[in-house]
Design a protein around this ligand. Structure first.
Ligand code: FAD
Length: 403
C-alpha cells in the first residue's frame, strides 16, 4: 500500500511528488513510470536535443539523487494496465497490485499514428519520448531529405531542427496554413516564408496517402499525387491522451481525456489527474479545455498534489505555452481561437513583436516574441479579468499600455 501513488513518470508526476514533500506530506510516495528513465522535460527533444547541440544532462526534471533524498520511490519500466477504484488498487503490466490512499493519473499523451500504407517502414518516426529523439538523432547523419508530416507547433520545431542539422526538409501540412492553432493567418504566412527562407519546402492542403520504399522509406506519396523523395519521415499529426489503461475503470473520460473538476479530482474518490491527460474546466475562458503544454502540466501537477493532501484549491490559470521555430522563440498566453480583432505592436523581423487577440476590446490571447515581461504581465491580468483596453488606458495611462 502506498499513500500517494503517482501513475506516469513525466513532468506532472515529478512536480507533484516534489510538491507533496515540499508541503510536508509524511506518507509514502511511489511514481510508476512506463519508461526506463526518470522524469524528463520534453521540450528539448524537438529542439537542441534533436540536433545534438545540447547534451541530455539538463533534460531531467530532478537530478537522480532527488528521489532518494526526498524518500520518493521511482519505479521505472512499470506500466500501469488497470485501476480498480472500488478497491483502490492499481495493476502493473508485471502483474503487481498496489493499493493506494490517493492516486494521481498523469500519463500524458501519445502521438497519433499515421494509418496509411508504409507508415511503419524503417526511417519513419514520431516524436514524444526521449527514445524517439535518440532514434531520430541517430538517423540524421545517414539522411539527406526529411519530410515532416504536420505543420503545427511540434512539427515546425522538428522541421527547423532538421534544417539546422543540414537536411533538406519538406513540410507537408493538410490544412491551408502552417501553425493553424495560432489562428492568425498573417502569422502563419510569416512562418511559412521564414521556413522557406531557411531552405525548407512547404506543401499545404495535402497529406500523405502512402509511404513508399523497399527496405526503408524512400518517398511520401501524397493525396494530391505528389511524390516527395525522402529518407527520413517524422510524423507529427497530433496526440491522444494515454488513457487506454482506464478503459473499464469507473473513472470518467471524455474523448479519452480524464475528466477533472476544478480541484483536479476525477469522478472516482481519491483519484486526481494532471497534465496532458486531463480535460478540465478553465474558469478564465468559462469552458472545458485540454491543454498539452509544459506550463499546464507543471501547474496542474503542483495543484493536484496539494489537493491530494486535503486542500481545496481551484485550478485557475491563464493558459500559456512557449515554442521555438528555428531561431524564433515565441510565447502564447490565453486562447487564440476566441478573437474577432487583432492588434499588433513591434515587428517580428526585429525580434520584438506582440499580437493581441481581442474579443470586442478585451484581450483573450497574446502572441509575443521578445517583449518586456511587464507587458506580458499586464496582458495576463487583462485576459484573466476580462478587462477591456478602454478601461486600462484610463486607469494605467497611455504609456503603460499603448496600442
Ligand atoms: P508526460 O510528460 O508525457 O509524462 C507522462 C509519462 O507517463 C510518460 O513518461 C509516459 O511514458 C508515462 N506513461 C504513459 N502511460 C503510462 C502507463 N500506463 N503507466 C505508467 N506510465 C505511463 N510544451 C510547451 O509548452 N512548449 C514546448 O516547447 C513543448 N515542446 C515539446 C516537445 C516535444 C517533443 C513534446 C513531446 C512535447 C512538448 N511540449 C511542449 C509539451 C509538454 O512536454 C507536455 O505538455 C508535458 O510533458 C506534459 O506532461 P505530462 O506529465 O502530462 O505528460
Amino acid at each position: 500500500h502506498v499513500d500517494f501513488l503517482l501513475v506516469g513518470g513525466g513532468l506532472a508526476s515529478a512536480v507533484a511528488a516534489q510538491t507533496l514533500r515540499a508541503e510536508g506530506a509524511a506518507g509514502s510516495i511511489l511514481i510508476l513510470c512506463a519508461e526506463d528513465v526518470p522524469p524528463y522535460h520534453h521540450p528539448p527533444l524537438s529542439k537542441h536535443l534533436l540536433t545534438g547541440t545540447e547534451g541530455e544532462a539538463r533534460i531531467f526534471v530532478h537530478p537522480e539523487s532527488f528521489y532518494g533524498e526526498h524518500d520518493i520511490e521511482l519505479a521505472l519500466d512499470a506500466r500501469v494496465v488497470g485501476v480498480d477504484t472500488a478497491q483502490q488498487i492499481v495493476t502493473t503490466a508485471g502483474g503487481e497490485e498496489i493499493g493506494y490512499g490517493q492516486l494521481l493519473i498523469a500519463t500524458g499523451a501519445t502521438p497519433k499514428l499515421l494509418t496509411v500504407p508504409g507508415a511503419s517502414l524503417p526511417g519513419v518516426f514520431s516524436l514524444r519520448r526521449k527514445t524517439d529523439a535518440d532514434a531520430i538523432r541517430m538517423a540524421i547523419p545517414q539522411a539527406k531529405h526529411a519530410v515532416v508530416l504536420g505543420g503545427s507547433f511540434l512539427g515546425m520545431e522538428i522541421a527547423m531542427s532538421l534544417v539546422d542539422a543540414g537536411l533538406k526538409v519538406t513540410i507537408i501540412e493538410q490544412g491551408p496554413v502552417l501553425l493553424r492553432h495560432l489562428e492568425a493567418p498573417d502569422l502563419s504566412r510569416y512562418f511559412e516564408r521564414y521556413a522557406e527562407g531557411r531552405g525548407a519546402t512547404v506543401i499545404l492542403n495535402d497529406t500523405a496517402a502512402a509511404l513508399n520504399g523497399r527496405e526503408r522509406v524512400e518517398e511520401v506519396e501524397t493525396v494530391a499525387g505528389r511524390h516527395v523523395p525522402c529518407d527520413l519521415v517524422v510524423v507529427s499529426i497530433g496526440v491522444a491522451p494515454a488513457t487506454d489503461f482506464l478503459a473499464g475503470s469507473s473513472i470518467a473520460l471524455d474523448g479519452g481525456y480524464v475528466v477533472v473538476d476544478a480541484l483536479l479530482r476525477t469522478s472516482a474518490p481519491n483519484v486526481f489527474a494532471a497534465g496532458d491527460v486531463t480535460t478540465f474546466y478553465d474558469p478564465v475562458f468559462a469552458r472545458r479545455r485540454h491543454i498539452e503544454h509544459w506550463d499546464n502540466a507543471v501547474k496542474q501537477g503542483r495543484l493536484a498534489a496539494r489537493n491530494m493532501m486535503g486542500r481545496r484549491l481551484r485550478y485557475d490559470e491563464v493558459s500559456y505555452f512557449f515554442c521555438e521555430v528555428g531561431d524564433i522563440g515565441f510565447n502564447v498566453l490565453g486562447a487564440t481561437e476566441e478573437a474577432d480583432a487583432w492588434v499588433a505592436r513591434g515587428a517580428l523581423d526585429q525580434g520584438s513583436f506582440a499580437l493581441f487577440y481581442l474579443k470586442g476590446d478585451v484581450p483573450r490571447a497574446l502572441f509575443s516574441v521578445g517583449r518586456p515581461a511587464d507587458e506580458t504581465r499586464v496582458a495576463e491580468g487583462l485576459i484573466r479579468h476580462r478587462v477591456g483596453l478602454g478601461d486600462v488606458k484610463d486607469r494605467l495611462g497611455e504609456s503603460a499600455f499603448v496600442l
